[in-house]
Design a protein around this ligand. Structure first.
Ligand SMILES: [Zn+2]
Length: 202
């Protein structure tokens, strides 16, 4: 028996569990659930997307997220679309987690010539108190490489950002760091970007 290549269909999504394209059929029309004929697993169209498990209409979720991205206040969205504030918070949480996974998968793969990287930390006041945000941006492409939120300007927050820049940067490519002079940046950069030179001595 020969294995015929399976052509991806426009109406059915690809199986998220199989590495190569497989034959996928409809498992439940009402639940929009599909079944892979290769591994036998079922999955929904929104599997591992921010829309997974949300009962709100998907097009509305996309509109709400776009408005939030451009700075629209949450009370305005609640009033305009008659949505619950908790639903919006849920959308934001899921999208944030998804964006983090995408950033890890696409950016932090050691393939970027970053050139100059600008790192900074800033604080903002929220209802739960003061929060700190550390970010690193590649200047030439304006790519935000990583950001980390914390309750204070801690070493862990800075380490996490530098670690992700290290994972994104192509090995041995020249990189220039610019920071605001906060000493934790220097210590962390020297820790993650050091190159071990073996000379036979301790
Ligand atoms: Zn499968």
């Amino acid at each position: 028996m020969t294995n015929r290549p399976v052509q991806p269909s426009q109406s059915t999504p690809a199986c998220p569990y199989c590495p190569t394209p497989t034959k996928v059929g409809v498992h439940s029309k009402a639940q929009k659930r599909f079944k892979c004929h290769q591994c036998g697993k079922t999955f929904t169209e929104t599997h591992i997307t921010p829309l997974f498990g949300l009962k709100t209409h998907h097009e509305l979720v996309v509109i709400v997220l776009t408005l939030l991205m451009f700075g629209c206040p949450i009370p305005a969205i609640v009033a305009a679309f008659k949505l619950d504030g908790r639903t919006i918070a849920d959308c934001v949480d899921k999208s944030g987690e998804h964006a983090q996974r995408v950033q890890e998968y696409l950016v932090c793969q050691g393939e970027l010539n970053l050139g100059q990287v600008q790192a900074d930390e800033l604080w903002c006041r929220s209802q739960r108190g003061v929060l700190w945000l550390a970010t690193a941006v590649s200047v030439a492409s304006r790519l935000l490489i990583w950001g980390k939120l914390a309750a204070g300007p801690t070493e862990d927050m800075i380490d996490d950002v530098v670690d992700h820049v290290h994972r994104a940067a192509r090995l041995q490519s020249p990189i220039l760091w610019a920071t605001d002079g906060f000493s934790t940046w220097k210590a962390s950069i020297l820790h993650y970007f050091r190159a071990k030179v073996e000379n036979g001595r301790r």
